[in-house]
Design a protein around this ligand. Structure first.
Ligand SMILES: CC(C)(COP(=O)(O)OP(=O)(O)OC[C@H]1O[C@@H](n2cnc3c(N)ncnc32)[C@H](O)[C@@H]1OP(=O)(O)O)[C@@H](O)C(=O)NCCC(=O)NCCS
Length: 167
């Protein structure tokens, strides 16, 4: 398994380089430029291997309790060797430590047939994200699947509480 170090620092050029290696997912120059520009306002995690950035994740904190994995991408030559999982783990551990309970992610929904995004959905499910709802035209002209991951397990409800109808 590839051993990567995940660093929390901003590097717009690295984001640009990783996204440009993945034209099946990021084939629109304006979309890449939008992600690169968003690095200044989003939390940025970089997967570094032998000094090179091989993967990126951008996180947006909408509320203190919840965050969005706004982007995750692993350079084409490094996919499938644990880099994406290392990024998700680093992001979720960081958010957990900061008291954040929920992480959401958006991707292309299955009602739009596309082999590349089928792989993306399989990765998110493997990482523990659960599908919440498919929306139409919220991020692009087609369907968006919203998935969520619970980062903190809520405390069990008090065992002394009376069951409904018992009193
Ligand atoms: C999706 C992506 C971030 C995953 O990163 P990765 O480094 O390739 O994935 P990993 O090697 O860390 O895989 C982690 C786990 O997910 C599983 N997984 C990854 N891709 C999978 C697929 N296509 N089908 C089934 N399982 C998959 C792996 O088998 C692994 O499971 P394991 O722990 O049981 O071995 C990366 O492949 C990528 O950048 N894809 C293109 C861009 C993209 O889809 N970005 C997100 C949406 S815009």
């Amino acid at each position: 398994m590839t051993v990567v170090e995940v660093q929390r620092r901003r590097d717009p050029d690295a984001v640009d380089q990783v996204l440009k290696s993945l034209p099946e997912w990021f084939g629109i120059d304006d979309a890449i430029a939008g992600y690169v520009a968003s690095v200044v306002r989003r939390d940025c995690f970089l997967a570094v291997l032998d000094g090179d950035v091989v993967g990126v994740a951008l996180v947006e904190r909408h509320f203190p309790e919840s965050a969005e994995l706004a982007l995750i991408a692993v350079g084409a030559g490094h996919r499938g060797s644990g880099v994406g999982a290392a990024l998700v783990h680093a992001v979720s551990e960081t958010l957990r430590a900061e008291g954040c309970s929920l992480l959401q992610v958006h991707t292309v929904g299955s009602s739009f047939e596309n082999a590349a995004y089928e792989q993306t959905r399989a990765f998110y499910r493997r990482m523990g994200f659960l599908p919440l709802q498919e929306f139409d035209r919220i991020d692009w002209d087609g369907p968006t699947l919203v998935l969520v991951m619970q980062l903190v397990t809520p405390p069990a409800s008090g065992s002394k509480a009376a069951a409904p109808g018992s009193g």
